[in-house]
Design a protein around this ligand. Structure first.
Ligand code: NDP
Ligand code: 8X3
Length: 254
């Protein structure tokens, strides 16, 4: 079978936002699957703890903010001479606030657009010139990039942008033999809502009450499925939802 897993190429995964949630769960599953890892995030203590726990397979633990182009370029330059990923997981992202558009907070808007859209672009622009045929890029989108909902406008816009970008990236990188996929989850119990509600634990917990949300591991499992297909198979798009969620705003809660 012709497969990038069988080409005697070391399997290397570069994961943005590995300090919690999906990114951390993907790191653990990828390690178990034999990948060497480069993990990133802004919280250095978390990165170091993860590196100590996961051991030598973590080749790089890179503390930088994907919004900062210079930091991003410098971090990727630091490892590109001996660690070019076979799988790039563009996961770092966040939602901030639930205000309606006429009460929106500019700083929240900037954080979402600069991280979810421009940060993903920054990392992609720095890595793609180095990546080899048979490599994959997996962008973490969201059901919020398929359906808008009240109080979600700018987060929705940023994830609709990821949806569009994923398609255009796939076309641009087709001649280079680099596959581009999107994994778009529904509600998953990570630190996502704590960040969105700015540390309000009661508000964050309420998002996941009355039904069973996705876990970070459920989403990581989907990412690993996409990552490990034979080279001639391209999973372009995965929408993964809790059984109790039918759309961005339809939940069956007890
Ligand atoms: P978490 O808050 O648990 O994880 C977010 C990760 O992104 C953290 O590791 C954080 O690291 C990193 N991150 C955030 N901002 C930056 C930045 N500026 N530079 C570098 N890293 C950054 O949430 P999730 O795991 O749930 O979220 C991961 C992705 O999944 C996001 O793109 C989110 O939009 C998306 N998503 C989440 C869903 C959910 O319901 N949980 C559903 C659908 C999509 P650090 O703070 O250390 O920088
Ligand atoms: C996160 C899922 O529904 O909170 O992307 O927007 S949702």
């Amino acid at each position: 079978m012709k497969n990038h897993e069988t080409q005697n190429r070391e399997r290397r995964m570069f994961i943005t936002g590995a300090t919690s949630g999906f990114g951390e769960a993907v790191a653990r599953l990828a390690l178990a699957a034999g990948y060497k890892l480069a993990l990133t995030g802004r919280r250095e203590d978390r990165l170091q703890a993860l590196q100590s726990e996961l051991g030598d397979a973590v080749r790089y633990a890179l503390c930088f903010d994907v919004r900062n182009r210079d930091e991003t370029a410098e971090a990727i330059r630091a490892c590109s001479s001996d660690f070019v990923p076979t799988v790039l997981v563009n996961n770092a992202g966040l939602a901030v606030g639930r205000e309606p558009i006429d009460e929106g907070v500019y700083d929240d808007w900037d954080r979402m657009i600069d991280t979810n859209l421009k940060g993903l672009l920054n990392v992609t622009r720095e890595w793609t010139p180095h990546m080899a045929p048979g490599s994959r890029i997996i962008n973490i989108g969201s059901v919020a990039g398929r359906q808008a909902y009240p109080g979600g406008a700018v987060y929705n816009a940023s994830k609709f942008a990821v949806h569009g970008l994923t398609q255009a990236m796939r076309m641009d990188l087709l001649p280079r033999g680099i596959q581009v996929a999107q994994v778009a989850p529904g509600a998953a119990d990570t630190e996502f809502s704590l960040v969105r509600f700015k540390g309000d634990e009661a508000a964050a917990n309420a998002v996941y009450s009355g039904y069973t949300p996705l876990s970070a591991e459920d989403v990581a499992d989907a990412v690993m499925y996409v990552a490990t297909r034979p080279e001639h198979v391209s999973i372009q798009d995965v929408l993964i939802m809790p059984a109790a969620q039918a759309s961005a705003y339809h939940f069956h809660k007890s």
